[in-house]
Design a protein around this ligand. Structure first.
Ligand SMILES: NC(=O)C1=CN([C@@H]2O[C@H](COP(=O)(O)OP(=O)(O)OC[C@H]3O[C@@H](n4cnc5c(N)ncnc54)[C@H](OP(=O)(O)O)[C@@H]3O)[C@@H](O)[C@H]2O)C=CC1
Ligand SMILES: O=C1O[C@H](COP(=O)(O)O)[C@@H](O)[C@H](O)[C@H]1O
Length: 508
């Protein structure tokens, strides 16, 4: 069980979770509290933790941002008319500080408010500092916290830093950010977040692979023909145009979510589910990803940008028409890659990954397509509707797993057609799935780093995406485009068709 200061020692494991986990007394301080993530995800996560009695009355929230607001205006901005009705135990415990991220006064006022909350609410000096600003403000906040002495964990209380993704802009800036972080915080205080790791279905990749014996023997180059990982969104960039202009699909999704899911799906079995054992295996897998250099990158990487499209009843703006976006922008809203993993298990197996905004369907999945049988004792004409066997891990929506295989079509003739065995989370389990941010915020409060990212993982992910981004930056030709609500640029089809394969384009 966690102690009052929320530490549970080094031997934290994923299955440690019991359903009565409760946050220790603490204050969560959110920087960038006027922003999209705070309103859409962080505050609702706190609300849900409160509703499920995972927070006690010894809990408080402080929002910090430059936008001028008082406490009530902040509560209204993030909770709307429902206010604190969903978390009565937090009445009087939600505060807001308006100030510059580089202004020492902001941190002095924060220190005063934190002391007040410790006394009034009994929050025990425990603090989570959640950096939810764009990345350029991270160093300012870290230095500001250190300048005010707020960065120190004490024997009887903790100070922890949760940092949003993307962690840096490339490998060099990620290392620089690490240096800034480590000048003030010990690594044990640092929680680099990737909310995909908080999704039950992403954690289920580990359960499927390592809590069952039957999949392990077929999880390698002998049986797997290729793997596709898709993170497709129907949404455009919405109000986040100016943020997205600096990120693009590679930094926003591939560098973090896609590579994390890929690492969990392909890594070797860890000796235990301890934080370090799992992270070690992820790093080894990421290190084994081989990339070509220079112009050869064009053979394995495709980008695209959405243009106006959709149906007559729902015509969607092109990316360059979105608010906050440069009308001549070259930012990619779509990326597709072929990756190769140089290790014993995966040599020769191609991994196709892609992500995009304004695609026709919202779907995140990992699909393993298996080899065809070496010999088919059935004439081809009886197999016209038989696709290769496949195992599809549906991360979202319609969470579940499907196994596609060939089955005899009922009747006098011997025809074989693809059929599917389907497991659905919704139909199988009555238990509620916590939202990813809810799970991860509670983990950070308890001190469990398993589902957070270590700095060597971050660096490996940048090692993979940096050369591709550099190649795209030097390419002055027109950026490939795709119509909103289509499956990406035609170049992406060529990327996979080159090896005789095709994308699975699932429409929900
Ligand atoms: N939104 C999302 O769906 C997701 C976001 N993230 C990550 O979370 C973090 C926050 O995202 P989000 O809330 O969307 O971001 P926003 O663009 O909404 O920014 C959050 C707040 O930061 C402040 N801010 C904006 N630009 C700057 C700047 N250049 N320098 C300093 N402060 C600035 C603003 O507050 P003010 O002006 O009041 O100071 C703003 O309200 C980002 O790192 C993002 O990558 C991760 C996953 C999903
Ligand atoms: O991190 C991000 O993720 C969201 C998609 O998250 P999901 O949980 O809805 O799949 C994406 O829209 C956003 O651009 C990105 O910053």
């Amino acid at each position: 069980m966690p102690s009052e200061n929320g530490t549970i020692g080094e031997h934290v494991t994923i299955p440690q979770e019991s359903d009565d986990r409760q946050a220790p007394p603490a204050t969560v301080v959110i920087f960038g509290a006027s922003g999209d993530l705070t309103r859409r995800k962080l505050i609702p996560a706190i609300e849900s933790l409160a509703r499920h009695n995972r927070l006690t009355e010894r809990f408080a929230v402080v929002g910090v941002a430059r936008t001028p607001m008082d406490d009530d205006q902040f509560i209204h901005a993030v909770l709307g008319d429902r206010g604190l009705s969903g978390m009565p135990q937090l009445a009087g415990a939600v505060r807001y500080i308006s100030g510059g991220y580089d202004d020492p006064e902001t941190y002095k006022r924060l220190a005063t408010v934190l002391d007040e909350l410790d006394h009034q609410r009994g929050t025990a000096g425990n603090r989570i500092f959640y950096l939810s600003t764009p990345a350029e403000a991270f160093p300012l906040v870290i230095n500001g916290l250190a300048g005010a002495g707020l960065h120190q964990s004490r024997e009887d209380s903790f100070a922890r830093l949760v940092i949003e993704k993307p962690y840096g802009h490339n490998e060099a800036s990620a290392k620089q950010l690490d240096a800034t972080v480590h000048a003030a915080f010990d690594e044990s205080q640092v929680f680099r977040i990737d909310h995909y790791l908080g999704k039950d279905t992403v954690q289920n990749v580990l359960a499927l692979r390592f809590a069952n014996a039957i999949f392990q023997p077929i999880w390698d180059r002998t049986w797997v023909d290729h793997v596709q990982i898709t993170v497709a969104e129907t949404l455009g960039v919405g109000t986040r145009g100016s943020f997205y202009e600096h990120a693009g699909a590679m930094r926003d999704i591939v560098q973090n979510h896609v590579l994390q899911v890929l690492a969990l799906a392909l890594m070797e079995p860890p000796a235990s589910f301890s934080a370090e054992a799992v992270r070690n295996e992820k790093v080894k897998l990421l290190q084994a990803i081989r990339l070509p250099s220079g112009r050869a990158i064009d053979d394995i990487a495709v980008r695209g940008q959405y243009t106006r499209g959709g149906s007559r009843s729902e015509l969607m703006a092109g990316y360059r028409e979105e608010p906050g976006v440069d009308p001549l922008s070259r930012t990619e809203t779509y990326a597709a890659l072929r990756l190769d993993v140089d290790n014993w298990r995966w040599a020769g197996v191609p991994f196709y990954v892609r992500t995009g905004k304004r695609l026709p369907s919202r779907v995140t999945e990992v699909a393993l397509q298996f080899q065809r049988p070496p010999h088919l004792p059935i004439p081809n004409r009886q197999l016209t509707e038989l696709q290769p066997d496949a195992l599809i891990l549906r991360i979202q929506p319609d969470e579940g797993i499907a196994l596609r295989f060939g089955a005899k079509v009922p009747g006098h003739s011997f025809r074989v057609r693809s059929a599917s065995m389907d497991f659905s989370y919704d139909k199988t389990f009555r238990e509620e799935s916590p939202e990813a941010y809810e799970r991860l915020l509670l983990d950070a409060l308890i001190g469990d780093t398993t589902l957070f990212i270590r700095s060597d993982e971050v660096e490996q992910c940048w090692r993979i995406v940096d050369p591709i981004l550099e190649r795209w930056a030097e390419d002055t030709g027109p950026i490939p485009t795709y119509e909103a609500a289509s499956w990406g640029p035609t170049e992406a089809n060529r990327l996979i068709e080159r090896s005789g394969r095709a994308w699975r384009n699932t429409v929900a």
